[in-house]
Design a protein around this ligand. Structure first.
Ligand SMILES: *[C@@H]1O[C@H](CO)[C@@H](O)[C@H](O)[C@H]1NC(C)=O
Ligand SMILES: *[C@@H]1O[C@H](CO)[C@@H](O)[C@H](O)[C@H]1NC(C)=O
Ligand SMILES: [Zn+2]
Length: 473
């Protein structure tokens, strides 16, 4: 090989190696400050969070129970789980004993629960047991509606291919995100890198860890760098099957990054940190194999996956979490045993800025939930969380018409310990909310992609209310 040739090859290889890191590299003067680099204020005793007012408890159906019902449907690993003939029913549970009957059916693995509230529960019923469950409910006079007649059909129609115009636009735009479709992790991460490249003085991307299977956990920051800025952390996709969540979080990113110059002062006076896909392994698995997968993809001897939203280190292992890896609400081997939850904790703990708010987007049910989740108790400042939650719900309703219920997660739903919102609150982050996006059960987890824009738009209005509150304080 001639020496010129060698140099050309060397240059080519060097740039190929460097190119990928370059995209992700933070711009000069834009390094995210670490806690050790900045003098921290003394902890403010008045802000210290302690467990407070105890509310009365009420027996509720553990909504996440009995995912095992699904596993029998599994075919070969390369094939997708087929939900043909599976139905989703909304069952009324206000009759005496109805909750017991549902729990019993769930423990016999005849049904699995999707979600619900104190008066109804949505359950998935497999074709083989439809007759049996029907006769049980009828014999106990428990009313129900069939909401989804054939789950596989809804899954098939949920995420239709883009039309030609959209595909052409995608090619011209420099990234593939559309908000007319649910996208794979590659598209979401590509979009984040695109923004960092396109707006280097405003947007930066940092990989804060790796998933169990080695995928990047990418955080995107939007900040004009003013030292007086407040800070908000937002994540999505902790639960794999809740596709609307990463779609909505990336919609926020797009709005703020592409329109920053004309955005409100509230938006400009905040350092925004977004982790749109907390659970990339699970998310990919819902695209390739099982649409209804919830947990991460950690392999155990028999079963797979930890529920990342039971793995955070505040009251870890308490109520509403399971110690069995075969359950959908498995808490993991220890608090922060999973790299995905650990990465969030390490990151929030390492960054110099004190976050004023932590928002974690889930689906479904249309709830704005604040701590505590671990038990039916509320923090001392719960009235403020309730009031701000109601303002957010008001803005959502006014913008898009959807009604969101506001309350503590244990009170409005059921106790669930080891949640990320409880942990964030325990770290002194005042406005910590779990937001359960649309809908209220018509489609549940398999919300059609045509709903992404309306759901995102009304929730952006809600986010503006929170931004205003944070900037006011
Ligand atoms: C139907 O359900 C009942 C009660 O759960 C159970 O005892 C029975 O074995 C079931 N029958 C069939 C055919 O699955
Ligand atoms: C529970 O959900 C049902 C349907 O999703 C709704 O009609 C009802 O108002 C809800 N009840 C409460 C107490 O939130
Ligand atoms: Zn969730």
């Amino acid at each position: 090989m001639g020496s010129l040739m060698k140099i050309v090859v060397l240059l080519y290889v060097t740039s190929a190696v460097l190119c990928t890191p370059f995209i992700n590299q933070l711009q000069p003067g834009q390094e995210w400050p670490t806690r050790s680099s900045v003098k921290q204020p003394k902890p403010d005793e008045s802000q210290k969070v302690t467990d407070g007012v105890v509310k009365e408890t009420e027996d509720a159906i553990e909504v996440d129970k009995a995912p095992e019902a699904i596993s029998e449907l599994k075919v070969t690993p390369e094939k997708k789980v087929d939900y043909s003939g599976c139905q989703v029913w909304k069952v009324t549970t206000t009759h005496t004993g109805a909750k017991k009957v549902i729990s019993q059916l769930a423990s016999e693995k005849l049904i699995s629960s999707w979600g619900g509230n104190h008066s109804t529960v949505d359950v998935l019923v497999k074709p083989k047991v439809i007759e049996n469950v029907t006769s049980v409910l009828n014999s106990k006079n428990i009313p129900y509606d069939i909401v989804i007649e054939d789950l596989q059909q809804v899954i098939n129609e949920e995420n239709p291919p883009l039309d030609e115009n959209e595909i052409e636009l995608q090619d011209r735009r420099g990234h593939r995100m559309t908000w007319k479709q649910y996208h794979r992790v590659e598209d979401i991460h590509g979009f984040m890198d695109y923004l960092a490249k396109t707006y280097p003085s405003l947007v930066s991307v940092n990989t804060i860890g790796k998933s169990v299977e080695g995928r990047d956990l990418k955080v995107l920051r939007i900040s004009d760098g003013k030292p007086t800025n407040k800070a908000i952390f937002i994540d999505g996709g902790i639960h794999a099957r809740e596709w609307i969540s990463p779609a909505v979080v990336t919609y926020f990113i797009n709005q703020f990054a592409e329109n920053f110059d004309v955005e409100s002062d509230d938006i400009k006076n905040i350092d925004w940190y977004f982790l749109p896909v907390v659970n990339p392994d699970g998310y990919e698995y819902t695209h390739t194999t099982d649409r209804l997968w919830r947990k991460n993809r950690r392999r155990y001897s028999v079963c797979v996956g930890t529920d990342l939203n039971r793995n955070f280190g505040y009251h870890w292992g308490g109520k509403g979490a399971s110690n069995s890896p075969c359950r959908d609400i498995y808490r993991g081997a220890a608090a922060f045993s999973e790299p995905e939850s650990k990465a969030i904790a390490d990151f929030v703990g390492s960054i110099a800025t004190k976050f004023s708010a932590y928002l974690t987007y889930h689906s479904y049910g249309q709830y704005l939930l604040y701590p505590w989740g671990y038990d039916n108790v509320v923090p001392p400042d719960y009235k403020e969380l309730q009031a701000v939650g109601e303002q957010i719900a008001g803005a959502i309703k006014k913008t898009g018409g959807s009604s969101y219920s506001v309350g503590s997660s244990s009170g409005l739903l059921y106790p669930a310990s080891g949640g990320s919102d409880d942990w964030a609150k325990s770290q002194g982050i005042k406005y910590s909310y779990t937001i359960e996006l649309s809908d209220t059960g018509r489609y549940g987890f398999v919300l059609p992609a045509s709903k992404i824009e309306p759901v995102a738009r009304e929730n952006l209005a809600g986010l503006r209310v929170l931004a205003h509150q944070v900037c006011k304080e």
